[in-house]
Ligand binder design. Sequence first.
Ligand code: ATP
Length: 380
Amino acid sequence: MNSLGSIRRSFAPWADPAAKPYISFDGVTKRFGDFTAVNDLSLTIFEREFFALLGASGCGKSTLLRMLAGFEEPSAGRILLDGQDLAGIPPYRRPVNMMFQSYALFPHMTVEQNIAFGLKQDGMPKAQIAERVASMLKLVKLEQFARRKPHQLSGGQRQRVALARSVAKRPKVLLLDEPLGALDKKLREETQFELMDLQQQLGLTFVVVTHDQEEAMTMADRIAIMDKGEVRQVATPAEVYEAPNSRFVADFVGSVNLFEGTVSGNGGNILTIAASDGFEINVENAGAAADGANVWFAIRPEKVRVSSRAPEGSGANVTEGEIWDIAYLGDMTIYHVRLPSGRVVKASQVNAARVIEDALTWHDKAWISFAPDSGVVLTA
Ligand code: ATP
């Protein structure tokens, strides 16, 4: 049997030109008065995908989710689900369910009554409800809590009740608005994996809204990075991290060093940039950029080496500075190296050994260096 990891690795319908999207936002705009919350946005999501909308507070993530659920109507554009235009279809007739951040459990009902609520409303026969509730309780591992009320549960258990209730009706799509927002860090991390397991077991399409990049990176097949009502990039977590399409995305996801410069050479598969910080950067497979063009080189801190001696080899991708700050985090150390230009470069180093020889300290002279394939060239 395939492990979950290998199944997910081979799941990439977006890369298959013949695959049909399950959900399509097609030029969708949402205005509230003269404020545009979502601006001419197009996006496709595939069946069984775990899709995350990631962005800062107020960027329009929840509005997008609410339009898919049917709580808001677009001011312009269309939303299609399985080929059907959702315009005018009320929330309860859409094959979509939404789980809210507050969970909105009924406080006077027991766990099983909470889970059964929607099924009862739909007029499902009693015996069938009992069966469905039992299977949901098992799924979220809350069998022994069936008779408790929400206030007798921990935050994580309440989250699982809310989850069970929102999947009990077997929606095709589950929308989750900050689903783990109320949990502490440790529980969040555990619950992320539970959510992924549940989505796999039920074969549902999940669209999750979050402002937590680690959460999106951990759980999602693909992430849409949103900013001011627009999508800046849609890609897998690895692509978003390793191949951001703009400074905005590079800076939004993870930590990044950005060097501005002009293209000074473009020979073979090496692009050379004269960085404004006074050194030369060679980038492998950077793509085309015209001589003299203004560009940025983005490199993650873990790809920058820091050393007390000048590295051997060519003069490019090396520059000298001074240790400005050191953050020791136990598993790794982050060095802030100040260049003569005043720019502070972040370099992180994994502390694989307990004793560090040749340790650098504050105000030491230090060299930073990196490989030609360790960063990306951005033009926007
Ligand atoms: P958060 O993470 O804080 O929930 P978000 O990205 O989900 O943010 P939305 O809730 O989608 O953001 O809101 C986007 C923008 O639209 C915000 O500036 C918000 O104030 C505005 N907005 C949302 N709903 C309404 C409404 N009903 N009337 C007026 N403005 C609204």
